[in-house]
Design a protein around this ligand. Structure first.
Ligand SMILES: [Zn+2]
Length: 245
């Protein structure tokens, strides 16, 4: 499996940056994971023909994870209208908040499939499972497994024991950790970089890649926090960087 970071900021990007979006490739399989603002134009650099997408997986319906879907749907719908494709794209997403879910569909651009906790799907030999996280709206972490390799994406979450079990022994744990511990309160709906390190340690993962960075903090500070608790490999997600799993 090959994971390319299309965007790694939240809840808004840095200048010239993009919010959450990742392209997962495996042989001729292409899956888009989250589609925040700025992600579509980056996706098109790697996947100029959207027909090549085997699916789009949306962790939750906060705008920094899905707003470019509202634009991507135009590309698909217009290609269909012009006879350039017959294909709707398989779109997996939570059914709540209901108003946001209802807003996504546009002229049958997507074949919408509703996520639920514990769901498992298979896309061209890639096993994908979903686990609910602890976030103010319905949100799912995702695990991708093939040939004994495992990639887990935390999506957005507070510190969450079930997520540790879900990420257990993964080869790469892509975990949000884009705030610092000193800025986190009881009500913060995100883990800090330090907590991401703690979850990675408890899950015995081989490599932790931090993502979902608050754009106004220097990235090295996130790295320092995560490394203080997780002594193995920690990296910061970098836009356009590809990770081989
Ligand atoms: Zn969120």
């Amino acid at each position: 499996m090959k994971l390319t970071v299309l965007g790694c900021y939240g809840p808004y990007p840095k200048a010239k940056g993009a919010c959450s979006g990742y392209l997962l490739e495996d042989e001729d399989t292409k899956i888009l994971i989250d589609c925040g603002n700025g992600v579509l134009s980056r996706l098109l650099e790697y996947c100029p023909d959207l027909n090549e997408l085997d699916g789009i997986l949306i962790s939750h319906l906060h705008p920094d994870h899905m707003s470019d879907l509202l634009v991507l749907r135009y590309a698909v719908a217009i290609k269909k209208m012009m006879g350039n494709t017959q294909k709707s794209i398989d779109l997996y997403l939570p059914a709540t908040p209901e108003a946001d879910y209802a807003r996504v569909q546009y002229n049958q651009a997507f074949d919408q499939k509703v996520l639920h906790d514990g769901m498992e799907i298979n896309i061209k030999g890639l096993k994908i499972s979903f686990q609910k996280t602890d976030h103010p709206i319905e949100c799912y972490a995702m695990a991708f497994e093939k040939d004994g390799k495992k990639l887990v994406y935390s999506a957005d979450t507070k510190y969450h024991q079930p997520l540790i079990d879900f990420a257990m022994k993964s080869d790469l744990f892509l975990c949000e950790g884009g705030i610092l511990e000193k800025d986190r309160t009881e009500n913060t709906p995100h883990v800090s970089a330090k907590q991401a390190g703690e979850m990675a340690l408890a899950a015995g993962v081989k490599k932790l890649v931090l993502t979902h960075f608050y754009p106004e903090v220097g990235n090295e500070e996130f790295l320092k926090e995560a490394e203080s608790v997780f002594i193995s490999k920690v990296e910061l997600a970098e836009e356009y960087k590809t990770y081989i799993i």
